[in-house]
Design a protein around this ligand. Structure first.
Ligand SMILES: Nc1ncnc2c1ncn2[C@@H]1O[C@H](COP(=O)(O)OP(=O)(O)OP(=O)(O)O)[C@@H](O)[C@H]1O
Ligand SMILES: [Mg+2]
Length: 283
């Protein structure tokens, strides 16, 4: 779906008054229908990397080919943006209209889609993120999580092959975070959209097929979500904060009680403890 071949990217750094390499010789394939999470410390180059996926940034050297189109091909600029949509951190920066349905239609209008078709695409996208009842509302009246779901609907309406989420929950409260995480998980289950998610939140990595770790502009490893959870030092190094249930897992293991699997979900954790206690009672 997206292929990066030996991609490096440099930009002018005002502090040092010279060109610095932000991405260094990156080779990466994102496959169709995959769910890939990108982790890494602040400034490791995650956002710079994903901005190469749909030609927001063009490599200084190397090539990015997205669904068969090289991002250097200026004639295919619109096509690539339609195929690979992006959702960013700040929901307020992504709202462009004063009515929800117009906001979601914005990208379609730019593509020149006929009105009747547009209405049905917008309605479907709003239903997909559970915001159909708000189609006549003003985005200003919505919560952060709802605004972010509107931004996701705007991307979905364009029927993209892939959606890239750059820390979509980092500015949301716990409730908004859950709404957005559930929406992303439904996308994975539902229409098989390829998903790339940048996050600093450990609860969001569980759905991933693959986790890519970046450091100083390079991809330093590829692991499964589980491998990260099993290694506390890894979590610390990546600046990931363990959830209470992960902490509890390790504390119980230190006291000789091994729960069958590691989870960030508190309900599942509680179920496992109950099961463990009941087994003990029976003996
Ligand atoms: N346009 C630019 N010009 C110069 N330097 C830049 C530019 N964009 C990013 N950088 C620098 O490149 C490095 C990587 O930035 P990037 O935003 O990709 O990191 P990140 O991993 O997304 O970080 P965060 O977790 O904070 O979002 C940083 O040192 C940043 O200051
Ligand atoms: Mg970033």
């Amino acid at each position: 779906m997206i292929e990066l071949r030996n991609v490096s990217f440099s930009a002018y750094d005002e502090e040092t008054s010279q060109n610095n390499y932000i991405l260094k010789e990156i080779n990466l394939n994102i496959y169709k229908r995959e769910f890939v999470v990108i982790l890494g410390k602040n400034g490791s180059g995650k956002s710079t990397l994903v901005k190469h996926f749909n030609g927001v940034l063009i490599p200084t050297s190397g090539d990015v080919v997205a669904d068969g189109i090289n991002t250097k091909d200026e004639d295919k600029f619109c096509e690539i943006r339609q195929k690979i949509g992006m959702v960013f951190q700040n929901p307020d920066n992504q709202i462009v209209s004063s009515v929800v349905e117009e906001d979601v239609a914005f990208g379609l209008e730019n593509l020149g889609i006929p009105r009747r078709e547009m209405v049905s695409l917008v309605d479907n996208a709003l239903k997909c993120v559970g915001m159909y009842d708000f189609k006549k509302s003003s985005p200003n009246m919505l919560s952060g999580g709802q605004k972010q779901r509107i931004a996701i609907a705007g991307v979905l309406a364009m029927n993209p092959e892939c959606i890239v989420f750059d820390e979509p929950t980092s500015m949301l409260d716990p409730e908004g975070r859950k709404e957005v995480v559930d929406t992303i998980q439904n996308l994975k289950k539902g229409n098989g959209t390829t998903i790339v998610l940048i996050t600093h939140n450990i609860e969001e990595i569980f759905c991933a097929d693959r986790v890519i770790i970046m450091d100083s502009g390079r991809i330093v490893s590829e692991v499964t979500p589980y491998e990260i959870l099993l290694d506390k030092n890894y979590m610390r190094m990546l600046g990931l904060k363990a959830t209470q249930s992960i902490d509890l897992f390790y504390k119980l293991a230190g006291r000789g009680i091994n729960l069958p699997f590691l989870t960030a979900d508190e309900d599942k954790c509680a179920d496992m403890i109950v099961e463990f206690l009941e087994e003990k009672k029976c003996r």
